[in-house]
Design a protein around this ligand. Structure first.
Ligand SMILES: NC(=O)c1ccc[n+]([C@@H]2O[C@H](COP(=O)([O-])OP(=O)(O)OC[C@H]3O[C@@H](n4cnc5c(N)ncnc54)[C@H](O)[C@@H]3O)[C@@H](O)[C@H]2O)c1
Length: 320
């Protein structure tokens, strides 16, 4: 990542997903959006489908995509939306998903995520659940779908990270919290650092015509906050004394939160751009990550050496 060539776009931080791809025609393009039944993912699905793409919602519960699919099926010009089962924390489910895929894949939005699980929980493979869901499952999915992305000729991968990555470098000596005490935020933050490193590591796919970029959607009230207790929600300022949840002024709506994903997935403004981190619809500046910065991408998350070490670690983990 070269700070002197930061990518800028004309879009304000509050632009919506529909606004950033206004006029873009995705007819004939096929997209997968993980976790596309709620929050930011659902708005990503909506925007891509309204631009004409065929969208496959990769979800743990395919039946929950029905409402969105039927709503979009009534919009003239919208691409078809269907759901396919995917449990990211279970490698066999990831393999089943990829094996069921036929033909080229043009857009992969690695959006699904969980945040701040209070206790250390492990996946079927014994991985810490936030790393398993937010990063390893997506790495396995992208790797398994690589031939389909190669077949596209100009595939784009978007990995939804978070500003929480800044304070939590990936600890490759103990990524699964086996030797250090489990911390819900450290586990979330390092998984989101791993997401940025996935975009950096995927530069090896550039010669295949595949780009990969990470995005911070900003703060959005969604189901993601469901593991936070009331005291934490109050300390964040998003819950009042009566237990009413309300966004702070700088919070985004889900359509605004989805804008960065959609911009990177489909806008001609970022064609050919790879290995970058966007927030507020612009490429972010590289920051130290240890000074409590409120924006930017931490240097530890864009270190190509760490990205390659993580790639090797993940390749080994999913092939066991
Ligand atoms: N909401 C925010 O403020 C915020 C901020 C920064 C980053 N993010 C990121 O944005 C992404 C979308 O989050 P959201 O806010 O829309 O939350 P959300 O809870 O509404 O959506 C997350 C989706 O991921 C799915 N999911 C979770 N675990 C899964 C698994 N094991 N397999 C398959 N699907 C799974 C959920 O079912 C859900 O559909 C996440 O990656 C999140 O970390 C959100």
């Amino acid at each position: 990542m070269n700070a002197s060539s930061r990518i800028t776009t004309p879009f304000a931080p509050g632009a919506t997903a529909l606004e950033v791809i206004d006029g873009v025609d995705l007819a004939g393009r096929r997209a997968v959006v993980t976790g596309g039944t709620s929050g930011i993912g659902a708005e990503t699905v909506r925007a891509l489908a309204l631009a004409g793409a065929e969208v496959i919602v990769a979800t743990r519960r395919p039946e929950t995509a029905g409402l969105l699919a039927s709503e979009l099926s009534r919009v003239p010009g919208a691409g078809p939306v269907r759901a396919q089962a995917l449990e990211l924390s279970d490698l066999s489910s990831v393999r089943n998903f990829a094996e069921g895929w036929q033909g080229p894949l043009d857009i992969l939005v690695a959006n699904a995520g969980i945040m701040a699980l209070p206790q250390r929980v492990t996946s079927a493979e014994g991985w810490e659940m936030q790393l398993a869901t937010n990063y390893l499952g997506h790495f396995a999915l992208a790797t398994a779908l690589l031939p389909s992305m190669q077949a596209s000729g100009s595939a784009r991968m978007v990995i939804v990270s978070s500003g929480a990555h800044r304070a939590f470098p990936l600890d490759l000596a103990d990524p699964q919290f086996e030797q250090r005490p489990y911390d819900p935020w450290a586990a979330y933050g390092q998984s989101k650092s791993a997401d940025v490193l996935l975009a950096v590591g995927a530069r090896r796919w550039w010669s295949e015509g595949i780009t990969a970029n990470a995005v911070n959607p900003g703060y959005v009230l969604t189901n993601l906050q469901r593991h936070l207790d009331d005291d934490t929600m109050r300390s964040f300022g998003v819950m009042d004394d009566d237990g009413k949840v309300k966004p702070l002024p700088y919070y985004k709506t889900p359509p605004q939160g989805a804008a960065g994903s959609v911009l990177l997935a489909a806008s001609p403004l970022v064609a050919g751009v790879t290995g970058r981190y966007f927030e507020d619809n612009q490429e972010a500046a590289v920051v130290s990550g240890d000074k409590g910065e409120a924006s930017g991408v931490a240097a530890h998350a864009v270190d190509p050496t760490v990205a390659d070490r993580l790639w090797d670690y993940a390749t080994d983990a999913i092939s066991r």
